[in-house]
Design a binder for this molecule. Sequence first.
Ligand SMILES: [Zn+2]
Length: 454
Amino acid sequence: MRAHPGLTVVAAACLAVCASAAAAPLVAVQCGQLLDTQSGKLLGETTVLIDGKRITQLSAGKQAPAGATVIDLAGQTCLPGLIDSHTHLTGQTSPTAYSDQFRWNIADFAIRSTNYARVTLLAGFTTVRNLGDNANTSISLRNAINAGVVPGPRIFTAGKAVGSTGGHADDSDGYRADLMADYGPKDGIINGAADAWKAVRQHYKDGADLIKIMPSGGVLDESKSADNAQMTIEEIKAVVAAAHDYDMTVAAHAHGAEAIRRAVIGGVDSIEHGTYMSDEDMKLMKEHGTYYVPTIIAGKYVEGKAKVPGYFPPQVAVKAAAVGPLIQATAGRAYKAGVKIAFGTDAAVYPHGENAKEFGYMVEAGMPPLAAIQAATTHAAALLKQDKDLGSISAGKFADLVAVPGNPLSDIGLMTKVSFVMKEGVVYKQDSKPTPFVASLNEGVAPRDVDYGL
Ligand SMILES: [Zn+2]
């Protein structure tokens, strides 16, 4: 069991009843209301029974089974733990971010990432898909969280992003010549199908859970275009074929219409950002079942910062001002066209912990509140291929539960006021306050993928 003082009360209550069977503690969470994200129905008073890490039963009304520790969430609406399908937990925007990378060591980023992980969890996001880091720091962060060393969401990580020379994944774009590097597949930079296979296999060796590719330009690198096509269909197909050999999905950062078209035809699982998505792209995405992860909040945030002199390098400011304002309208069009949407925010581009603001932006874009919440639960779980364990409050699934003070279907702003957070049966936040966390000091290395079925 992970040491966690949030469990002290539970454990104490369990001593007499549970010790003989050495069973995990039984917990009954009494929800004022409960949103069934599978049926889309808001249920009245419901008790969720939890045995260890998993939900065993849902019953109508306020139940208090013998031996169970009761958590009373009267007046609150329970939701499944939220899933952010696009984060970067090992960095964060700041006015000095571009120069920090020349002064900070990997350890400086890694230590800060533990704070970013904690605030993300406390905002109600019990699972994230981390889409790009440096030096595989997010793989180490995932392992530390799984081992109980630091608190944070369950992480499925892509490690370092994969792209082409001079493209959005090439970290030395914009540097002076003697600081530029000629990266190769080991660093995620590929030119040709053979490199693509090597890069994916290296990611598998490194311990990544999925693959992130950069088939189009991006906003925050210091090259010219945010939307040009930067990978061939052959390269994308090679990445996807290699990833599938290792049971990994592929997420594609793509702003431009041509890059989106190539990525969808190439077989990726999701398009990230999708700014200039054409009607033809949307049609293709529906045919291929490709998810769209809009990241509206990232667009809004960089649009604002592009107006602050010196916040971004000049080339980045130009792209941020052009791309930032467009994403929300694209999300609205895609939803209307029937493209499947998964919730994602590009956390790091804006400050970690503010992820839930995306819900309001999605509703502003034209999505009903229920659809926005399903994007962060059932749809995001399906995109991760983890719907067996995540995405709804159902018997057999992980006990990942959050609560908000009221009905989020009538006030989507409540999603930014998460008052209760439980992940795998452990309470991290109650009465809107974090519970104390005691780190596990001697867990060693957690096995990869334990419990997650990947
Ligand atoms: Zn991103």
